[in-house]
Write a protein that binds this ligand. Sequence first.
Ligand SMILES: Cc1cc2nc3c(=O)[nH]c(=O)nc-3n(C[C@H](O)[C@H](O)[C@H](O)COP(=O)(O)OP(=O)(O)OC[C@H]3O[C@@H](n4cnc5c(N)ncnc54)[C@H](O)[C@@H]3O)c2cc1C
Length: 386
Amino acid sequence: MAQEPDQYSDIRAGVERLCQQFPGAYWREKDETRSYPVEFVEALTESGYLSVMIPEAYGGAGLPLGAACVILEEIHRSGCNGGACHAQMYTMGTLLRHGSEAQKQRYLPDIAVGKLRLQAFGVTEPNSGTDTTRIATRAVRDGDDYVVNGQKIWISRAEHSDLMVLLVRTADRAASAKSTDGMSVLLVDMRSALGNGLTIKPIKTMMNHGATELFFDDLRVPVGNRIGEEGAGFRYIMDGMNAERILIAAECIGDARYFVASAARYATEREVFGGPIGGNQGVQFPIARAHIQTEAAAGMVARAVGLFESGASCGAEANMAKLLASEASWGAGDTCIQTHGGFGFAVDYDIERKFRETRLYQVAPISTNLILSHVATHELGMPKSF
Ligand SMILES: Cc1cc2nc3c(=O)[nH]c(=O)nc-3n(C[C@H](O)[C@H](O)[C@H](O)COP(=O)(O)OP(=O)(O)OC[C@H]3O[C@@H](n4cnc5c(N)ncnc54)[C@H](O)[C@@H]3O)c2cc1C
């Protein structure tokens, strides 16, 4: 296939080299023991890949979203997984866009060099689900502090993060002019919070993602740690969602390319009935279809990146890219397992692990139905169901 010029070919090659130090055996061991890939995250941090989007003035590389997409895509294409650390790339944006200059000076340079980890992002709650306006975690002002009470669920990497961007209610939903008003964003220092009003409980999931439940019991957070205006937090969080969706879509493209390449290779090598199984159209066509769907989704990701970087509105494209890419990676994973027959289920082949890992992206950070609803109502003007 003709390759378009890749302005980030150096970054792509560098990430590929780094990933070669973390082969399947490394990820299998982490998966089996449900442990955090510390060495991988450290290597990425030291090489500067996690801070590419932090402006040069704060110690980062100041590169646009497309560079971060290439990094995450390449990690996933190489058989690795960026889920342990990808949040830093988009969570940092909330601080960068809406934090005060003093907050940015205080945190961003340390994040850029890896002294501080900003990996946790606390929005989802057990009783609100996707309806974020119904979050119940409450922050009440008491002197120079907010006192936080409530609960979050599915918060990834909370045990491996120094800071967390946390969405709370500072005014009741019923007392707010709009349901999206009355929420605020706090930057929580997990190191001092843990054991002083914050309890973290890990949740065991079907893949190694470091998901947790958080309980807040009179946690004190300085008012100085509020990002932006009180009551405007929902908008700040929404602001970061397009970048998050595009970055996750790039990871899915990486997964899909991993699956397509693995399937094509195996189909060419594996001989049954006296010839390679890939010589049968029943085996090769699904792989070709997975490839076509992957490249179509990659086109939408590129379009979303272009719009995002030019400052144009890209909500529809970011959502469509995430939907198409997550479905392409799932479809490619399914084809890859089918191509491998029994070996698709063998842990040592890594395919079943990647298959489990890529399934998440049809649910998080936003589920497919909610994307369809967004497109149906915002793009096509149909009535809202909620
Ligand atoms: C491993 C993992 C890691 C996560 N990490 C984080 C994190 O770091 N931080 C964070 O804040 N959150 C995180 N999440 C939460 C994730 O964003 C949510 O799980 C996701 O947005 C779906 O919300 P929910 O689970 O509450 O599902 P619900 O909102 O309960 O929805 C359940 C199902 O119903 C469908 N549905 C709901 N309402 C409608 C409707 N009106 N029309 C049609 N269909 C509908 C949904 O599409 C979904 O399929 C994580 C989740 C997982 C599983």
